[in-house]
Ligand binder design. Sequence first.
Ligand code: FE2
Length: 422
Amino acid sequence: MLSTMINNVFPKTNITEDQKKQFNSELIDTNFIRSRNLSILLLFVITVLLFTDYLNHNKGLLEGDVGYRLLFYSHLFHVIAILLAFLSGISFDSNKSGGKQRFVTVFSYLTLIGSTIVSTADQYMNGQITVFVLVSFLFAIINYQKLMFNMVMYTISYTIFIIGITYAQTNPNILRGHYINGTVIVILVVFLSRILYYAKVKDFSSRKTIEQQNSKLEKTNQELSLANKELYESLLALDESQNIIFTLTLTLESKDTNTHGHSERVAKYAMAIAKHLGLDNRDRVNLWRAAILHDIGKISIPDAILNKPSSLSEDEWAIMKSHPERGAEICSKLKFAREILPIIRYHHERYDGNGYPEGLKDEAIPFLARIVSIADTVDAMTSPRSYRSQPRTMEQAIEELKRCSGTQFDPALVETFIEVYG
Ligand SMILES: [Fe+2]
């Protein structure tokens, strides 16, 4: 429990369990490489020191002086420590984290303990604790370890250090100084190693945050690219749809001798009304498409009825009146035209309910269909037709609109038309 509390170094970060494992693995690798290089260097230095021990032995210093003897033992201890570290790391699974961590642990613990023996030996000669201080700082700097690891390591070495110098140092003043210095040094190195470890954690967290943000950015970019592609395809499809509209309209107008340019003029009137009313873009697009296509059902009306110069019989008129429904039926096959089907279907409904095909009344007639109705009638009145000698003027057409306001047409829309064209 205590260990978990002490070693939980990611309390406020959004680092996942996998990332924590990655962090630990990276640290173990770093620690291992540094400790391995240091151990090789140390092995070389100790080999030289063992040679000086041999010279001291020849001079008889080893036998005569406990300090030199202890120094020799400490060198032997260091060699054994390094060999043990290699054995513990390599003999099991050196390629995996377990072996590397064992190597680092054995090497750090034993080398630091070895430095306490050196400092103890030094009490018999120079009275210094320099080696213990240096090695303590060295491991605080080269190792990124959790607090528990360092606390145990420094507690063990500190205890041995205190026992060693107490036993070896006979001058109480120097001993007191070593107690104070050794204690302060150990506290300092524990703090230092903690600070360095946290800096590493922070660095890792920042790196992961940046990676996550980059990943999110990349994802957003991909989504944007996809959206752009879809938009481009939609635009192409729209372009194609509009081509279909014009083709269908042209086909119709080539059949009906009375309606050349009719659809475009109806669209023009409808758009003028839409602009005056401030309709939104979607309504305008739908209105324009419906205005162009409103009579498309006439394409399936026999030419003999469509272009008959005289009045239609009752049966012929019934067929003629079916064109709004036929138009809606034709356009129902076009995906882009789904929203305009009611406008095509009801563009011959009357405001008083006497229109066709369903006799819808007032507001029951779709709003855009009421606009098409007015635009359609105005153009029918003001364009040349084979069954009458002269088209009406706009003034006459407006008079007719006024006369039929509230019966055939939506009075509010008649007002709007007059405001635009009156
Ligand atoms: Fe019509």
